[in-house]
Ligand binder design. Structure first.
Ligand code: C5P
Length: 287
């Protein structure tokens, strides 16, 4: 049996750090969106046992260490079918080390596909629990769409679907360690926070430019000290007509929201002359 599943990238359109927790994580409040840039995940089920993943990009771990392979192992442990063998192939398009949840999206695609195709019957909350054991962004990637993410990222609230806009993604060279960016941001000292509920209000009333203007990521200040190209890319997006822009996750990619398609195309074209990893995407809603 061969299953094909799209693994869509995740973009944080706002990211707020509320507090540092005792368990090493931070309580966050974010607005996240699934976008059309995706990896292709192919899952072959065999009767040989064992889980193996292969990716067409060298920087991504293969074998059993890939997040998609870890997801399959955890799924079969949970669904109590330990003898099923899985061979996962990933065609990577989502930039790695970008804050776009590429690895999480691949893991989520595996969980979604196996639960559906094998009629395993795990409920939504069981899937989210399994997903959180793989990474903080995996529950969102399982669910997809437009959501507020809270807690570590696993408390999900569905928001009205973001429509009528385009999201340009631009990643400068270099990646940042997630732990380092969180570690360098002092939650208590953060002066400016995104107006998350103001953005949600704008979304509810269909004020997409207003929603875009609210985009803000509190981790960007420290990340910008480590990578000097994040701030100029964000400014470039605004100068090229974005309604709003901010770094996604712990970077280094920047997302710009455009309500005007021509402006989005021009911005993507212009940025791609300097930054190879530039993409014009659209918001995607779950089927
Ligand atoms: O859950 P995940 O493995 O993606 O998290 C990677 C690291 O990011 C954590 O070890 C932690 O340092 C940081 N993190 C955090 N607060 C979160 C999510 C991640 O501090 N809510």
């Amino acid at each position: 049996m061969t299953i094909h599943e799209k693994a869509y990238a995740k973009v944080n359109l706002s990211l707020d750090v509320l507090r540092k927790r005792g368990d090493g994580y931070h309580d966050l409040r974010m607005i996240a969106q699934t976008v059309s840039l995706c990896d292709d995940v192919t899952i072959e089920l065999t009767d040989k046992g064992g889980v193996y993943a292969e990716c067409d990009m060298d920087r991504v771990p293969g074998g059993g260490d890939n997040l998609a392979a870890i997801a399959a192992k955890k799924f079969f442990e949970r669904a109590k079918s330990p003898n099923v063998g899985v061979f996962i192939k990933i065609k990577k398009r989502i930039p790695v080390g970008a804050g776009l949840g590429g690895g999480s999206a691949d893991a989520a695609a595996v969980l979604r596909a196996l639960n559906r195709e094998l009629d395993a019957g795990l409920t939504e909350s069981e899937m989210f629990e399994l997903a959180l054991g793989i990474g903080s962004d995996v529950p969102f990637c399982v669910a997809g769409g437009t959501r507020m993410m809270e807690g570590r990222g696993e408390i999900l609230t569905a928001l009205p679907p973001l429509k009528g806009c385009y999201i340009v993604l631009c990643k400068p060279p270099g990646s940042l360690s997630t732990k380092r960016v969180f570690g360098g941001t002092d939650a208590v000292a953060i002066k400016n926070h995104p107006d998350t509920y103001g953005m949600i209000k704008a979304l509810e009333t269909g004020d997409i430019p207003g929603f875009g203007r609210g985009m803000f990521n509190v981790l960007e200040e420290y990340a910008s000290k480590l990578n000097g190209e994040i701030a100029p890319i964000r400014k470039g997006m605004i100068d090229l007509g974005a309604d709003g822009a901010c770094m996604t996750g712990t970077g280094t990619a920047v997302a710009g929201l455009f309500t005007d398609l021509n402006a989005a195309q021009t911005a993507a074209e212009s940025l791609s002359k300097v930054y190879m990893e530039t993409y014009l995407t659209e918001p995607v809603s779950p089927p």
